[in-house]
Design a protein around this ligand. Structure first.
Ligand code: MG
Ligand code: ZN
Length: 379
């Protein structure tokens, strides 16, 4: 009986048909492009939804930390991705990018100058990936452990010349089509130089706003959480499971509707731990980000229609998992070390899962993430 079922399983049937007609070769054409690297240019399936997770400041050593400092018997969620890529994160103005240009490369598909938020090299606004999808009826959301007006999340809904314009970025969020956001940053909405109370403005534009805890907003409206004055607490200083829980709440929120969704989730403070050269800070933030990845992958596995892409805007700290730092024999222990208090130019890993994931294999520019989203969608 088991063998009978397998023979008539739709996938088995499709593949044997392919074997007869074309030996399954049609689905894997590879081409090499300067910007996009070697890529598989056709794929059998297109995703309905996209979850894009950005670990700010997360290079391969930060990812590796999850393998040495995570739970003893559990593999990190990074191990669940079948497709891997590498990106060059150099910005339009500098060899080493900042988080504004880094996230803007993903959101608009163009290299811009350090500090840019959703604008090109000339400072002109360019529609972001989620704004283009919103025009097609998609829902979109942003989640961050920094203030929600900080450079990374801002690059998906705001278009301003400088990342420091956080009051203007708050104005952009109020007027955006984002339907779910969660992070910190109350001060940019409530203690403004123009004396306006932007919590009222958010309510006016249809948001139910929670300022105390996740789960408190009305899911029949647009949902916004501002849960700290600016950045949320660091994980090693007592932040709860905000990032995985906000991701789960966003997915529950979007699943109420038949509309597709684009959700950006940022583990912001991997970067902050790197700037502080604080190994424990970095490691706790990476483990927390890995939990959020697990929530996204569980959803994608269950529903089968969701592309999950994980990457970073750049590496921070020149973080490494070295031995005792002195000799070639001190290999029994790992001690996290840093080479800088700033960002670095090292290539950054990309992890992809789900329909369209094949497009994300290879070595390419950070701007190609944007075009690969649309290629994965068949657009
Ligand atoms: Mg950031
Ligand atoms: Zn940074």
């Amino acid at each position: 009986m088991k063998a009978f079922n397998m023979f008539f399983h739709p996938f088995a049937a499709t593949c044997s048909l392919f074997l007869i007609l074309s030996s399954c070769v049609e689905s894997t054409e590879i081409s090499i492009d300067k910007e996009e690297g070697a890529q598989i240019t056709s794929s059998a399936e297109t995703p309905t939804n996209i979850i894009f997770l950005i670990g700010d400041g997360m290079g391969t050593s930060q990812v590796s930390a999850a393998y040495f400092y995570g739970e003893e018997d559990a593999q990190p969620n990074f191990s669940r991705f079948p497709i891997l890529g590498l990106i060059n994160t150099t910005s339009g103005s500098d060899r080493i990018t900042d988080s504004g240009a880094g996230a803007t490369a993903f959101s608009i598909g163009q290299k811009s100058y350090n500090g840019a938020i959703g604008v090109d090299m000339q400072g002109e606004a360019v529609q972001t990936v989620n704004e283009l999808l919103e025009d097609q009826g998609w829902q979109s959301g942003v989640i961050s452990t920094s203030g929600i007006t900080h450079a990374t999340p801002a690059s998906f809904y705001a278009h301003v010349a400088k990342r420091s314009q956080q009051y203007d970025i708050a104005t952009s969020l109020v007027h955006s089509n984002i339907s779910f956001f969660a992070g910190g940053g109350q001060k940019w909405f409530m203690n403004r130089p123009d004396s306006l109370n932007y919590l009222d403005s958010l309510t006016h534009y249809g948001f139910s706003v929670g300022t105390e805890s996740l789960g408190s907003a009305d899911h029949s409206k647009r949902v916004g959480y501002l849960l700290a004055n600016d950045g949320l607490l660091a994980k090693h200083e007592g932040r709860d499971d905000f990032l995985p829980n906000a991701t789960a709440e966003a997915l529950e929120y979007f699943a109420q509707s038949d509309k597709p969704f684009f959700l950006m989730v940022e583990g912001s403070q991997i970067d902050w731990g790197g700037h502080e050269n604080n190994g424990d800070y970095v490691i706790q933030e990476v483990l927390d980000f890995d939990k959020a990845i697990g929530v996204a992958l569980d959803y994608a596995e269950k529903h089968g229609n969701t592309l999950v892409v994980v990457t970073a805007d750049h590496e921070t700290g020149g973080f490494s998992l070295s031995g005792d730092g002195k000799s070639m024999s001190g290999y029994g222990e790992i001690s996290p070390t840093f080479s800088t208090g700033g960002h670095t130019a090292t290539l950054i890993p990309v992890f992809a899962y789900g329909p369209g994931a094949n497009y994300f294999g290879g070595v390419y520019e950070n701007t190609a993430i944007f075009s690969k989203f649309f290629e994965a969608l068949g657009q």
